[in-house]
Design a protein around this ligand. Structure first.
Ligand code: CTP
Length: 452
């Protein structure tokens, strides 16, 4: 008996899939079809598959062509399956020519002609109109955002706004974006959604204007400087039926989610302490150092360090204390924020003029999780226990610089695929604005030399 195997996502099952399975079956006597898991698809950068694994398996089953359906959930599985199942022929569509030649060591490899002009990507794009995004600001993060947005299907970034003509014209030219610098409204008319990457103090105003006009908003952190502002924006977004997401990229990184879920699973017992540190020595001229009102270490990096604290301990702390080392202009070079929760403690450390170990330690009653720098991308972490010889190491897959996961989540929410914001909840985002509010009051007091 000649065994044939093929693999695919089979999202929005279409004629191309059917033809492929039919021809695959005709290559032998027994057809095995591997269907990818959502987790594996995300890991390999396929970020907006619409059908669930069960639906995709069911659609393959309904063709009646598969003698056996298996699930593909990790890289390197194909040679395992081929050897384990005694496969004679591996086959996929001609879009993969050459990619799987390494399997010739184990079986025959056949690339079948792909059915022209149909694909899941095209169907996905037809199902949901392309989200037209405009960026606000020409800062350092925007080119990274543009590069990462290319990996997310269903989104096109085509316009840029910046009130300074002299900045936006060359920037627009360089990155092939339509530049706008006078009327913000005109800019909004060209897009369905905006990505706000302008200076911190402008976030709230741009977000409010865009939401009021029915545009979806992905806003760089910090979204707002007070609970009042943040709540107002979320209420307005709800009223207008648009998506508002605070762009804390860590929250959307697959490894970070995995680490949070492991910590919640009880693997280290009850979580009693979260210590998160993020520091980057910053040259004097840069905004973070020079802007005495909205610059400084905490406003720059605090969203990252607060994230695991609020995710694991909740947003209702009993007490918070701030301590900072200020530069002469009043900018905090180093800030420590200490939280007390009912049954736990937490510490956020951020620095732009002090370098420390950028790590995250989640301590529990039965062990701890240690994530080394850059834990905010979460490419690896360890679970450790009282017994020093027992260490569980995790190396989640991570693609690009992380922004693609945030963009994909934003687009999924706009399209109504991800309905609940579990990566970063509104409550967490508002609680962060609350800490920012208290921190700014405290820093002002410290700067003016007043007692707390
Ligand atoms: N396939 C095909 N003809 C098409 C589309 C897909 O022969 N028009 C084949 C692929 O080459 C692969 C299998 O069907 O062997 C499953 O492909 P999959 O990646 O799930 O489908 P696509 O439509 O290519 O999906 P996407 O657009 O998400 O890449």
């Amino acid at each position: 008996m000649k065994k044939v195997i093929t693999y695919g996502t089979f999202d929005l099952f279409h004629e191309g899939h059917y033809n492929l399975l039919k021809r695959a079956k005709a290559l032998g006597d027994y057809l095995i079809v591997g269907v990818t898991t959502e987790y594996y698809d995300r890991q390999r950068g396929k970020l907006n598959v619409l059908n669930s694994l069960l639906d995709r398996v069911e659609n393959v089953r309904k063709t009646g062509l598969a003698d056996e359906i298996i699930v593909e959930d990790h890289e390197g599985q194909k040679p395992e399956d081929i050897q384990k199942m005694g496969v004679d022929i591996f086959t996929v569509g001609s879009d993969w020519v050459g990619t799987f030649d390494y399997l010739k060591e184990f079986c025959q490899v056949v690339y079948l002609e792909r059915t022209p002009e149909i694909s899941s990507s095209v169907l996905r794009a037809n199902k949901f109109p392309i989200v037209q995004v405009g960026v606000v600001g020409c800062g350092r993060i925007v080119p990274r955002f543009l590069a990462e947005a290319k990996f997310v299907s269903g989104v096109n970034v085509g316009a840029v706004y910046n009130p300074h003509r002299e900045n936006v014209l060359p920037f627009g030219k360089k990155y092939k974006l339509e530049p706008y610098y006078e009327e913000f409204d005109e800019f909004l008319k060209q897009v369905n959604a905006i990505y706000i990457a302008s200076p911190h103090e402008t976030h709230y105003d741009y977000a409010k204007m865009a939401i009021s006009r029915g545009r979806h908003v992905l806003c760089e952190k910090p979204l707002a400087f007070s609970v009042g502002q943040a709540e107002e924006l979320y209420h307005l977004a709800k009223e207008k039926g648009v998506v508002l997401t605070e762009g804390i990229k860590t929250a959307f990184c697959p490894g970070f989610m995995q680490m949070m879920n492991l910590a919640r699973s009880g693997i280290i017992g009850e979580v009693r302490d979260v210590e998160a540190c993020f520091s980057r020595i910053t040259p004097p001229g840069l905004r973070e150092m020079a802007d005495d009102q909205y610059g400084g270490a905490f406003l720059e990096f605090g969203s990252y360090t607060l994230l695991p604290i609020f995710k694991l301990l909740g947003c209702h702390y009993e007490n918070v204390e701030f301590d900072s080392i200020l530069a002469e202009n009043g900018v905090d070079l180093y800030s420590k924020i200490h939280f007390r929760f009912k049954h736990a403690l937490a510490m956020s450390k951020t620095g732009i003029g002090v370098k420390s170990e950028g790590q995250l330690v989640i301590a529990g009653t039965g062990g701890y999780i240690l994530a080394e720098s850059p834990w905010w991308l979460t490419k690896s972490f360890e679970v450790r226990y009282e017994d020093p010889t027992k260490i569980d190491k995790y190396s989640p897959k991570f693609l690009g610089d992380g922004l693609r996961y945030e963009i994909a989540d934003f687009v999924s929410k706009i399209n109504g695929i991800e309905r609940i914001s579990y990566c970063l909840t509104q409550e967490e985002s508002v609680a962060m604005a609350g800490v920012v509010e208290k921190f700014m009051e405290e820093r002002k007091r410290q700067k003016e030399g007043q007692p707390a």
